[in-house]
Design a protein around this ligand. Structure first.
Ligand SMILES: [Fe+2]
Length: 209
């Protein structure tokens, strides 16, 4: 085996030992990463954090019925601007149900109680997070999006929104989305790719500044 291959194997061993994926390693080698842009919180952050607020928004306490809508797996990694994974970051997401209604007293309409509406989890040592939720749908005046709030000790809290790459037409008509620069939009937009069983999966990596 030649010297380069040995070196590559050493590097890979170090990466695995450090719990870093190749993606994280690549990021760590660059200068400072751009922080994930913030976006408006909107009026529908929960008044009170619901008791059932785990990272599976489709499994709701007290309901055996499946929520209508398309299953979406949303996942990613939370890192700092050096690309170092952030252990113990709290990620919260909230979004409207399939009928376009938020689980919030300020929204009109009856929320679908087969959908949790809000979920949270804390990142692992590798900075990873994942949610099982619905592929977001549009509602009056807004393109599909998922609201995020991310907090970690030593970092400013980030409030933002994740947008759907496949919704180019609606995104182009969304005032909040268009308020971002092209670069910011690219950082806040993920492809929701087809996955097993009719689901979709999206990766949204978050950089805290
Ligand atoms: Fe919203």
């Amino acid at each position: 085996m030649n010297k380069h291959r040995n070196r590559r194997r050493e590097l890979l061993t170090t990466m695995v030992a450090a719990g870093l994926t190749p993606w994280q390693r690549l990021l760590a080698q660059t200068k400072l990463l751009p922080a994930t842009p913030s976006d408006t919180e909107g009026p529908f952050y929960p008044v009170e954090i619901p008791r059932d607020s785990d990272n599976d928004l489709l499994r709701v306490e007290g309901s055996d019925e499946a929520s209508p809508g398309q299953l979406a797996y949303v996942h990613g990694t939370v890192v700092d601007r050096h690309g170092t994974p952030i252990d113990g970051a709290r990620i919260e997401i909230w979004q409207c149900d399939q009928g376009g209604v938020y689980h919030h007293p300020g929204d009109s309409g009856d929320p679908d109680l087969r959908f949790q509406g809000f979920g949270a989890m804390v990142t692992s040592r590798t900075g990873g997070y994942h949610f099982r939720t619905l592929r977001p749908v549009p509602y009056t005046g807004r393109t599909p999006h998922i609201h995020y709030r991310v907090s970690a000790p030593g970092f400013e809290r980030l409030t933002t929104q994740l947008y759907v790459a496949e919704e180019a037409d609606r995104n182009a008509r969304d005032g909040l989305y268009q308020r971002h620069s092209r670069e910011e939009r690219s950082l806040l937009t993920s492809a929701f790719k087809a996955a097993d069983g009719g689901a979709v999966a999206a990766e949204f990596n978050i950089v805290l500044g």
